[in-house]
Design a protein around this ligand. Sequence first.
Ligand code: CA
Ligand code: CA
Length: 288
Amino acid sequence: MRTLTLLTLTLCYSCTLQNSDDPFAYSENRMVAILGGEFWLGDLLDSANLLALPVHHVIVRSFEISQYEISIGDFEAFVKDSEYLTQAESENWAYSYQYVDDTIRKWKREDINWKNPGFKQGDNHPVTCVSWNDAKAYCDWLSLKTGDNYRLPLEIEWEFISKNRGRSTKYPWGNSSPNGKTANFADFNSQVTWADKSVDDGYQFTAPVGSYLPNKYRIYDLAGNVWEWCEDVIKTYNGLPVKNYASARVMRGGSFHNKENTLRTTWRNYDYPDNRYYNLGFRVVRSR
Ligand SMILES: [Ca+2]
Ligand SMILES: [Ca+2]
């Protein structure tokens, strides 16, 4: 009987290697509890932001969201434990914005992946070059390891927390334009033609997660650094599919590669679930 108890304890320990209170054993990341509520989804401030219209009232249930974007360190723990191969690794490409001749730069398939996105990263930088499918595989692994239910944020959860529980501001920090301390976007350090050379945020590519001011709930980098996959299939707010993108998933928040308008709390972007880019990552949600 005693042997059986010991065996059971050992088996339980090995199937919960990570403490369920700390799913991120290899980084400073943590889950932050957000009380649900009601708010106006969409852009009350810019009637030209068509995909963010019509503005409509929604109810959000309570959830927990990761304080930071999933980092290289977080993702490496998953890969080491599961031997998971990302789509970029198995097919030897992800999209990078590169010169296609002497003057023109475009999105180009390059042999890059989360271990080598084509620029220098430390363990505390956000993981990139991951598809929606890869991000879901990470969530499934985290759920298996902890016994909790991890997934990507719903789009309404992402916008609710980006708006500090539903306040209609342009950015997570308010309505003022980014100033170098608020988000990593296409700034002075960037080489893209649309870069805002009047702002210096310190980074051409990814910054370590948590380098900029958090929102009121101490969630970092909702605006900028890397785009973040959401759980949802993209649809117009009238419930219609987006032409040629019927299976595409929502991405939110803009990135180091993009203009300030993509940093907005309401800005919607989307791509196919098997696509991957050097400026696209994710964060996770834990739900009941
Ligand atoms: Ca930047
Ligand atoms: Ca982000």
